[in-house]
Write a protein that binds this ligand. Sequence first.
Ligand code: AMP
Length: 397
Amino acid sequence: MNIPTLETLDVRGKRVLLRCDLNVPLKEGNITDDGRIRASLPTIKYLLESGASIVIVAHLGRPKGERKPELSLAPIAQRLGELLGREIIFSSEIVGASVTEKVEAMTPGAVLLLENIRYEAAETSKVESEREDLARKLASYADFFVSDGFGAVHRKHASVYDVAKLLPHAAGFLVAAEVEVLKKLTQEPVRPYGVVLGGAKVSDKIGVISNLLEKVNVLAIGGGMVFTFLAAQGKEIGTSLVETDSIPTVLELLKRANEIGVEILLPTDIVVAPAFAADATPTLVSADQIPHDQMGLDIGPVSAAAFAGEIEKCKTVFWNGPMGVFEFPNFAAGTRAVAAALTHVDGISVVGGGDSAAAVRKLGFADSEFGYISTGGGASLEYLEGKELPGLLVLAI
Ligand code: AMP
């Protein structure tokens, strides 16, 4: 796939419609991790230095076509302005005469951020003509389209996909960097190659496991998803998270791994608690002996050390999904151990996705300690599943 780079566009004195991923976690209106805003800065700065004015389109959460005030991009506009050190014009309208007026008044160096694009139902519509109609309005604001919202490139949305068909376009620096890293994970990765998966939902990760099974040397599994594996092995899992529907597929994966000689590393000890709560009393048990009235909330120290040992031997590592409920300090040790091991990798270490990226920052690691921190969980997982991402395909020439 040959995607035009930003440098191919002559943007001096022009208006650029820039799709960013500014979908940051918010708690009571405050941004708790501004990683995605920071990751958008290189492209924005480049465009401004090149003499363009920018109309930024982005989403926050899933308002499903409704104006939900808690999902307004206003706090993001403020943070972006602070980080860029310049005024951001914020438009609470997304389409319409007031936007056109603001756009036409822009001079080189101006940055306009449109309100949450997902307030418009057409953005995510399955009806192509509805999306195209919105895309046409967005395209009317600019001379070029730059796609830099990596976290959304797996979506066939108006501001990601349809608009790229209407304007001369290029990938921004973030999208280009993400794709470069993902290529290293899929095309002849330097061996040994290890993948660590965790998080809550096993069904989200089955495609990745299935596609990567033949490519990896070791696959370690923790987090809430591991209990579906333990249940598939016939173990008592107490009240732990489980997706019974996925058990047959998991059994199939375990069988395939066995046949091809790939090791699937599962935890041998588990930190359990009587309830899903920060102050629930943690107890360490063997993975074979989870009490029927307790739930597993983290991998135990023996497993964490085993995972870390395997990770540190690898030259290429991809990690997606926390090993436990890292948001509760009593159940964060497994995630911390895996994150620390990634920082010791003599090769390329990739932290994939929103939750894992937020986890490493919350646990006090610096971005620079890792080879790469991806901004897009779903997008990178779909890429690793071998799926075609509409937002990338549409950019290709
Ligand atoms: P995901 O979005 O699938 O990557 O899941 C991330 C979430 O998984 C985090 O919020 C964790 O708190 C949660 N998680 C990790 N381990 C467990 C577990 N053992 N039980 C319940 N939730 C978990």
